[in-house]
Design a protein around this ligand. Structure first.
Ligand code: ZN
Ligand code: ZN
Ligand code: FE
Length: 761
């Protein structure tokens, strides 16, 4: 059997079911999954397979992907069913599994006054609790986790050693007598309370009194505050130096979440899953959630409680908490008690701490819905380090360095692609340091000895420079948008070629330009640029992705050519950049080509359109303006702006948006509603991309389209495009298990390298 069958209590379940059905034989982990030998009546064997894969006997965290059966000779005199230890059959796949939200059985025990773990904030079992975040090294046994600091009491040890128990070999097993404890301190680190019940009651009271409490959880600290109290939320924003980015929230039931947001069945399933991600949900119109939680977006990010401590806290009358990552601006998540006090002492009023050390900081994962199906926007807690399995078998170990923004990295070993959790933006020195140490940790955890390193083509990327600095490794440089397409191919097990549509912010192109809206004919072997957004100039390097005036001026200049007189657009430009001298300077840069680059970035077009629509002029955080533009789309508008696809012999097809800009400017002058303008803009892009795909199909006779790139975090554009592509009879592939933004780049890089180093069978 293959799939998620290791480290999830699978072998004990096999053992229990086999025994119950009177079957003999054995079970062991191997490099592909789990192998089971069974001897007994045929009917019983059928029952065994059914019970293992569904119903109450199925280990909740397991997921069987494939089950191959063969007949083997009868073993005479076999009387028992046994579990073989892992090492007996060679190295296992990966013993370390992802952290899982508290299961229903543990919650019931925690609420049961008769149970010896009644009210215990660290209750867990084989089906739930911390894993990846507490593992220091392999093999995955208690002494190699941060639980090694605690000796099991006789009761816990009894359950741990009993194959018939739910806690058989559950490494973090503990109880109030033997396990970790909680306490509450003030911001100076002085203990206020250490009696478990009192700690929780006092922390809850502080939160209800609008105080900020830093809460240590599974993957790190959260900063928590009452999400219904705007004054408290604003205080948190000020102190955290986070002016604009939406906060995530936590509730203890789906019913509560439904008061504030629309929860589809699929979204409810994601909320309740063992991964317990933050789910982006359409907000309900009516008041309730403090306005300061999420401004300029149409969604609210909610997750359910996922640690026992969360549930105990919410039992004290708390309804909804802001639970934002415990860090200062974009630094790595804080997971150590001392660091939390040192760095968050001026943010939090109190600290709810515990002494179970978090070895790996892991952020909350984020999921949104495209075409009613979940797609990850940030892959971290609950999902990492579950490998993505490929059909290809790499002969060599591979390290993929990822991209510099929203970085993840990836190791490939045999047929497994092991992506790291979300690391962050490498430009921050602490994040970069975290990147380097994380690479070494994961390399050891999965025993990979890389012979090949893959990185982005961008010579200025820190991740590229890191990969190039590794001695003795063969280095492969992969164009950014090819890696985006490859990430989709890897996820779906498709080698290509396909038509790749990548809508993105920026990526370094093979011609030295900054690419960002690309139509490629791509496979894991290589790619050809079939079409792209017509180039425009961007002045001011890094500033161009923050200050919307830069793409605005460039696009206007490109559209109106010699007719462009800034004076005629003063009514518009004055709003976006009141400083005339600065406007002049940017225009001069564009005219003279000083410090400018050619680009086909679609992300910057979004910035420009948002600014022209009056939604702001600056990205305080990545994609702030595009998100604001998406948030105001008026539903059910089918109108669209015009565009042109310009073909030349020999060169790639070019998408020209001059028509769109002219029509859009006219709409703004005529004071059309910004919701309609936004809809027409989005509709124009979807139509243009469908036409681009059609042209590619005509020319290359391919019918599969792979969509990727950060712009597809825009749910409206992604959904509309997928719908129209399907209507045009395309087969559409889209990122779901890794983000379509740069968080998915490392997977694509790794897949390309695996294909190069594959073992041809
Ligand atoms: Zn449990
Ligand atoms: Zn115990
Ligand atoms: Fe990208």
């Amino acid at each position: 059997m293959t799939g998620r069958v290791q480290g999830v209590g699978f072998r004990p379940a096999v053992y229990r079911i086999a025994r119950a059905l009177g079957l003999t034989g054995l079970v062991y982990n191997d490099t592909k999954g789990v192998t089971i030998e069974l001897q007994g009546q045929e009917g019983q064997i059928g029952q065994f397979l059914a019970r293992l894969q569904s119903g109450p006997d199925k280990p909740p965290l397991s997921e069987v992907k494939s089950c191959d059966t063969v007949e083997i000779p009868i073993v005479e005199g076999e009387t028992e069913f046994v579990i073989w230890s892992s090492d007996a059959a060679g190295p296992a796949l990966s013993e370390v599994t992802a952290d899982a939200a508290t299961c229903g059985d543990c919650l019931a025990e925690m609420a049961d006054k008769e149970d010896f773990r009644y009210g215990y904030p660290f209750i867990n079992c084989t089906n739930c609790g911390p894993r990846y975040s507490i593992v220091q090294t392999i093999p995955y046994d208690r002494p190699n986790t941060t639980m090694s600091a605690f000796d099991m009491c006789a009761k816990c040890a009894g359950q741990y050693g009993d194959v018939g128990e739910r806690r058989f070999h559950a490494q973090p097993v503990a109880c109030g007598a033997c396990g970790p404890k909680i306490w509450l301190t003030d911001s100076a680190g002085e203990t206020i309370e250490s009696q478990t019940d009192e700690v929780i009651a006092k922390a809850a009271k502080l939160l209800l009194d609008a105080k900020i409490v830093a809460i240590k959880g599974i993957g790190g600290f959260h900063l928590a505050v009452d999400a219904l109290n705007d004054r408290a939320v604003q205080r948190l924003r000020r102190r955290k130096r986070r002016d604009h980015k939406p906060f995530a929230m936590m509730a203890d039931s789906v019913e509560t979440i439904k008061e504030y947001a629309i929860v589809s069945d699929a979204a409810e399933q994601a909320l309740r899953s063992p991964q317990a991600p933050i789910v982006l949900l359409p907000r309900k119109g009516r008041a309730g959630i403090a306005p300061g939680v999420a401004e300029g977006v149409s969604t609210l990010g909610f997750m359910l409680c996922y640690a026992p401590l969360h549930y105990l806290l919410f039992a004290h009358g708390i309804s909804v908490l802001v639970m934002t990552s415990g860090n200062i601006s974009d630094e790595p998540l804080i997971c150590r008690n001392e660091t939390a006090l040192e760095k968050l002492g001026c943010v939090a009023d109190a600290f709810l701490m515990h002494d179970r050390e978090i070895y790996r900081q892991v952020d909350d994962s984020i999921v949104h819905f495209i075409e009613q199906q979940p797609a990850l926007l940030r892959r971290a807690r609950g999902y990492v380090p579950t490998p993505i399995i490929t059909d290809q078998h790499s002969q060599e170990g591979i390290f993929a360095a990822g991209a510099d923004l929203k970085n993840t990295f990836c190791f490939a070993k045999h047929n497994q692609l092991i992506c790291s959790e979300h690391i962050g933006d490498l430009a921050d020195a602490e994040v970069y340091h975290h990147y380097i140490s994380s690479i070494e940790h994961l390399r050891r955890l999965f025993e990979v000895e890389p012979e090949i390193a893959v990185c982005d083509l961008h010579p200025g990327y820190l991740s590229t420079q890191y990969a190039l600095s590794l001695s003795g490794l063969k280095v492969i440089e992969v164009q950014h948008h090819w890696a985006h397409v490859a990430s989709v191919l890897a996820e779906h097990g498709v080698p290509g070629p396909v038509i790749g549509l990548v809508c993105d912010g920026t990526g370094y192109g093979t011609d030295g330009a900054i690419w960002g809206c690309e139509c490629m004919i791509a496979s894991l072997e290589g790619f050809e640029r079939f079409g792209h957004l017509a180039y425009y100039d961007l002045a001011g390097a890094d500033k161009a992705s923050k200050e919307a005036i830069r793409p605005v001026l460039s696009l206007l200049k490109r559209t109106y050519g010699d007719d462009f007189e800034p004076g005629k657009f003063e009514w518009l430009l004055g709003q976006i950049e009141p400083d005339r001298a600065k406007q002049q300077m940017i225009l001069q840069q564009l005219e003279k080509g000083v410090n400018t680059v050619q680009t086909s970035s679609l992300g910057r077009v979004f910035d420009a359109v948002a600014a022209i629509s009056g939604l702001g002029n600056y990205n305080h955080f990545d994609a702030q303006l595009p998100m604001a533009l998406e948030a105001i789309i008026e539903a059910d508008v089918e109108d669209s702006y015009g565009f042109e696809l310009i073909g030349e012999t020999d060169g790639p097809l070019r998408l020209d948006l001059s028509k769109m800009i002219r029509e859009l400017i006219a709409d703004v002058q005529n004071e059309a509603s910004s919701g309609v303008i936004s809809a027409k803009f989005h509709n124009c892009l979807a139509a243009a991309l469908v036409d681009m795909a059609r042209a590619a199909r005509q020319s290359c006779k391919l019918n599969t389209v792979a969509l990727s790139g950060g712009v597809f975090c825009n749910g409206y554009l992604a959904s509309r495009l997928i719908k129209f592509l399907k209507k045009a009879d395309f087969r559409v592939l889209f990122n779901r298990n890794v983000p379509s933004n740069d968080g998915g780049i490392s997977l694509g890089q790794a897949a390309i390298a695996v294909n190069l180093a594959r073992e041809d069978l």
